[in-house]
Design a protein around this ligand. Structure first.
Ligand code: ATP
Ligand code: MG
Length: 217
C-alpha cells in the first residue's frame, strides 16, 4: 500500500497549538497515514540563538505523545550544518518505500523560501507542498505569485482554523510572566516551567533582544 506522509517542519521553540492543529488538519484533508514533526537544527538566520535542540525535541515529543499518527524526527537536529528542505526530502526518500507520497507542510508565506531554493526542480519531484494559511491570508494572491515562481511544483493550499499563535508570542508571554495555557499543551507548559525556558532575555534570539532593548546595546 502506498503511504502518504506529511512533514511538518519547524523550529518549534516551542511547539504550540497552531502547529498541532495545522498538522491534524492536513492529516485529515489529505487522508495521510502519519505526520512527521521535523525539528530544525541550525537556523541560517537565527544561528545558535534558539533553544537547545534536545529541549525542543522533547517538547515536541510531549506535545504529540497522545496522537498515534504523529511522530517526531531528529534528522535535522543530528546534522552539524544547516539543513535545507532538499536534504530532508532526500533523506526521507531513502528511508521510506519508493511509492511513498510526501506532503511537505509549510506556512503559505514561507513557500517562496522553498520554491526558490537550490535544487528546486529536484525537490518538486520529491514532494507535494502544502501551503497552510494563517488567518487573514489571501490564498488567491498567494496562488498567483507561487504559480510564477514555482512552475514545477504541485502546491496544495489549506486554510487552518484561525489560530494567530506564534512561538515568538509565547516566548514573550513567558518573559512577561504571563500564562501560556491554551496556547501550548499542558505538558509543554509544564516543561517550559521546569526548565526555566524563555525567562531571561539572555537566552532569546538576538532579533527579539534588539526589539526589546533598542537603546541599550
Ligand atoms: P516563530 O514565532 O519563532 O517564528 P512559529 O510560531 O512561526 O515560530 P515555527 O516553528 O517557525 O513556528 O513554524 C513551523 C511551521 O509552522 C511553519 O511552516 C509555520 O508557517 C507554521 N506555523 C507557525 N505558526 C502557525 C499557526 N499559528 N498556524 C498555522 N501554521 C503555523
Ligand atoms: Mg516562524
Amino acid at each position: 500500500m502506498k503511504q502518504r506522509i506529511g512533514i511538518m517542519g519547524g523550529t518549534f521553540d516551542p511547539i504550540h497549538f497552531g502547529h498541532l492543529v495545522t498538522a491534524q488538519e492536513v492529516f485529515e484533508r489529505f487522508a495521510l497515514d502519519s505526520v512527521i514533526f521535523m525539528v530544525a537544527g541550525k537556523h541560517p538566520l537565527k544561528g545558535d540563538e534558539v533553544t537547545d535542540a534536545h529541549l525542543r525535541l522533547q517538547m515536541v515529543e510531549i506535545a504529540i505523545r497522545d496522537n498515534p499518527h504523529f511522530e517526531v524526527n531528529d534528522f535535522e537536529v543530528q546534522r552539524d550544518e544547516v539543513t535545507y528542505t532538499i536534504d530532508t526530502m532526500r533523506y526521507l526518500h531513502q528511508n521510506y518505500p519508493p511509492q511513498t507520497e510526501f506532503f511537505f507542510i509549510t506556512g503559505a508565506d514561507a513557500l517562496f523560501d522553498i520554491i526558490e531554493w537550490k535544487d528546486a526542480r529536484e525537490l518538486a519531484g520529491l514532494t507535494i507542498l502544502v501551503g497552510a494559511t494563517r488567518p487573514g491570508y489571501d490564498i488567491e494572491k498567494a496562488k498567483l505569485r507561487h504559480e510564477c515562481a514555482g512552475e514545477h511544483f504541485d502546491i496544495r493550499y489549506l486554510e487552518v482554523p484561525a489560530l494567530a499563535v506564534s512561538s515568538t508570542d509565547i516566548r514573550q508571554r513567558v518573559r512577561d510572566g504571563r500564562d501560556v495555557r491554551y496556547l501550548v499543551t499542558d505538558g509543554v507548559a509544564e516543561f517550559i516551567k521546569q526548565h526555566h525556558l524563555y525567562q531571561s532575555i539572555q537566552g532569546c534570539c538576538r532579533y527579539e533582544r534588539e526589539q526589546k532593548t533598542p537603546f541599550e546595546e
